[in-house]
Design a protein. Structure first.
Length: 160
């Protein structure tokens, strides 16, 4: 009988230890904290793409489209909000830092883009384009790491 009790104790201890996953818990909290912001980020990113794409060929149209969508101030407010989120584990903090970096680069891209268009400065336009490319890389890295981390910790996330 003592062996059975000891065996059950060891099994229960093992199962309890396996369920204790601070990264998983932190990632779930992070996803819950970020959920309302993901929709806003998507809206801002789409508005940025629409305003800076070929649809608006002249400077005035690009400015007007960005102003109407409140993209630049929207990214600034968004950045301030997500900078207040403080994940507990190193792994989730590193993931969140990728997202923050992507948003900051998108914001810098827009500012440099409009400055380059206003000043007709190709050097600034090149710098703006580099910021956008860098932001896209951070977005890609963020999404890959998010899905991988979720999978590694038994969390199901619907892929886009």
């Amino acid at each position: 009988m003592k062996k059975i009790v000891l065996f059950l104790f060891i099994v229960l201890t093992f199962l309890t230890a396996c369920r204790n996953d601070p990264v998983r818990d932190d990632l779930l909290n992070y996803l819950n904290d970020m959920n309302p912001y993901f929709k806003e980020w998507k809206r801002l990113s789409e508005a940025q793409l629409n305003a800076t794409g070929d649809k608006h060929l002249n400077i005035e149209d690009k400015h007007r489209a960005m102003d109407e969508a409140e993209v630049v101030p929207g990214f600034k407010k968004y950045s301030e909000k997500i900078n207040k989120i403080r994940p507990k584990t190193k792994e989730v903090r590193e993931l969140h830092e990728l997202h923050i970096r992507a948003v900051d680069l998108q914001y810098k891209f827009m500012n440099l883009l409009f400055l380059s268009l206003d000043d007709q400065d190709n050097k600034l336009l090149t710098e703006a384009t580099e910021k956008l490319i860098e932001a896209q890389k951070y977005i890609e890295d963020y999404e890959i790491k998010l899905y991988d981390m979720a999978e590694d910790h038994g969390i199901k996330i619907e892929r886009k």
